[in-house]
Design a binder for this molecule. Structure first.
Ligand SMILES: [Zn+2]
Length: 270
């Protein structure tokens, strides 16, 4: 609300594109020196969270990828947060919502602060990052389907936005059947926004894009022929990158610890 009040004190002329060009609903009725407060009420005020997995680990010793007990507690916690947003919406008539954030900067900063304050706690502060929103930790071995079915219920609770990732090994074009099964499972489980990550490689010398093992299928050069290696495209918090050099240490170590998700069932989540 404080953030809203700061922004609401601005005038139309401070947002020449968004307000001056009538992008925001009702802004076309305003003059350059009018306040944008009323128009900004059409926007949303979101509260985001990271590290549900670490929170559960701290509270009961397991995260929601490990026990049903943790999953139920996780749903209670996030459900409570959503309820709090709905109450505030009702009370103030502002669009409060709950968002599942990747928190690129915070994911490293919060864990550094907690390490200083509480020391190293296994499964909680012993890594360089906190887990993205309600995600099952990237280092936890779990099948693609179990991950989807465990994360899906959080999608309906996070009305400000959410995403679930599945990490696949190898070339999905060679296993379209499994790929389709994953997409259907996402749909049936209620995943609002799902993503399947798989390796994409590129040879900057000849331009070939696809899966490159040791040898480029197009020009048949090897990775260590010449000075130019192959680019290994990976997805970090929504960005597709050929190298993780420009990301902060937290996100880099998260990427390093990711495990691939196989397409079998390993855990009963009914
Ligand atoms: Zn090539």
């Amino acid at each position: 609300m404080e953030r809203y009040h700061i922004q609401a004190s601005k005038k139309v002329k401070n947002y020449p594109f968004l307000m001056g060009q009538g992008i925001w609903l009702d802004s076309e009725k305003l003059k350059p020196n009018d306040s944008v407060g009323e128009v900004l009420k059409h926007g949303t005020l979101t509260v985001g969270f990271i590290g549900l997995a670490e929170c559960l680990k701290a509270l009961i010793g397991s995260h929601h990828g490990e026990t049903i007990e943790a999953q139920n507690l996780g749903l209670n916690i996030i459900g409570y947060m959503r309820k709090r947003m709905d109450e505030e919406t009702k009370k103030t008539r502002f669009n409060y919502s709950l968002i599942a954030t990747p928190a690129e900067g915070l994911s490293g900063r919060f864990v550094r602060m907690d390490k200083e304050r509480y020391g190293i706690i296994e499964g909680v502060t012993d890594r360089d990052y906190y887990t993205n929103s309600f995600h099952i930790p990237v280092y936890h071995n779990i099948s693609a389907f179990d991950k989807i079915r465990l994360e899906a219920p959080y999608h309906s609770l996070t009305n400000g936005g959410h995403i679930s990732y599945v990490e696949l090994d190898g070339d999905p074009c060679k296993n379209l059947d499994a790929f389709e099964k994953i997409v259907r499972c996402m749909k049936e489980s209620g995943i609002g926004y799902g993503s399947i990550n798989h390796p994409v490689d590129r040879d900057p010398v000849c331009g070939y894009t696809g899966i490159i093992d040791n040898e480029c299928p197009l020009c048949h050069r090897q990775e260590d022929d010449g000075d130019t290696g192959f680019e290994r495209i990976r997805r970090i918090t929504g960005y597709l990158v050929g190298t993780v050099d420009r990301f902060n240490n937290a996100k880099r170590s998260e990427e390093k610890e990711r495990v691939k998700h196989d397409c079998g069932y390993t855990m009963d989540v009914e």
